[in-house]
Design a binder for this molecule. Structure first.
Ligand SMILES: [Fe+2]
Length: 204
């Protein structure tokens, strides 16, 4: 019997109480949802390993195929929440002070203000998903993308620099569904620009 190396993910913890415009209750529920993605990622990996080890990995088998398809949803759900919670902090907001981040944003958008306007517009798009500012490692360019659910729209090889959850569970306790712009404003007032700066690619 084949033995496979298992890697199990452990949920991360954040101390984000006292953010501006995003309540502790919202965060508490949100951390719980995040932990569900970690749990399901581990579960899927286990089930798929068992199928493989048992000689039952077959693309034509709908059960195998369905589990494989769900990996994109659960993995991205786990990882994007980690980027999101990591790029906020109490007392955050303001303008990026890191010269490389500032330069990268200005090189693409002309000004940080224009970048923020574009990012906010992406975040306000109708639907369930994420607004993500990526950097292209090939040329350093920053571009803002809408990700539907967790997995549709991520660009292979692009580096996430700033990640914002735009699912309604991220703000529905604090704002009405139509008030998403207020949530986006709150997000910007909590952004940890120093963390965003550490994500810049080496190429840039
Ligand atoms: Fe979320």
């Amino acid at each position: 019997m084949m033995t496979l190396t298992q890697h199990s993910y452990t949920p991360k913890k954040w101390d984000l109480s006292g953010l501006q415009g995003i309540s502790d209750k919202t965060l508490e529920i949100h951390f719980g949802l995040y932990e569900g993605y970690v749990k399901n990622t581990n579960l899927l990996n286990e089930q798929l390993s068992e199928l493989l080890a048992g000689g039952k990995a077959a693309g034509a088998d709908p059960h195998f195929a369905e589990l494989k398809r769900r990996l994109g949803f659960e993995y991205n759900g786990m990882r994007l929440h980690e980027y999101y919670f990591d790029n906020m902090r109490r007392g955050g907001g303001g303008e990026p002070s890191d010269p490389k981040l500032k330069a990268a944003l200005e090189a693409t958008f002309g000004s940080v203000e224009t970048f923020k306007r574009d990012f906010a517009a992406v975040g306000a798009m109708r639907g369930v998903g994420w607004a993500i500012a990526y950097q292209d490692p090939a040329n350093g360019r920053i571009s803002n993308h809408w990700i539907t659910l967790h997995e549709d729209g991520n660009v292979a090889g692009f580096q996430p620099v700033l990640v914002m959850d735009a699912w309604e569970h991220a703000f529905l306790l604090d704002y009405k569904p139509a008030e998403r712009p207020k949530y986006i404003e709150a997000f910007f007032s909590n952004v940890d620009w120093a963390v965003a700066a550490t994500r810049l690619t080496k190429a840039a």
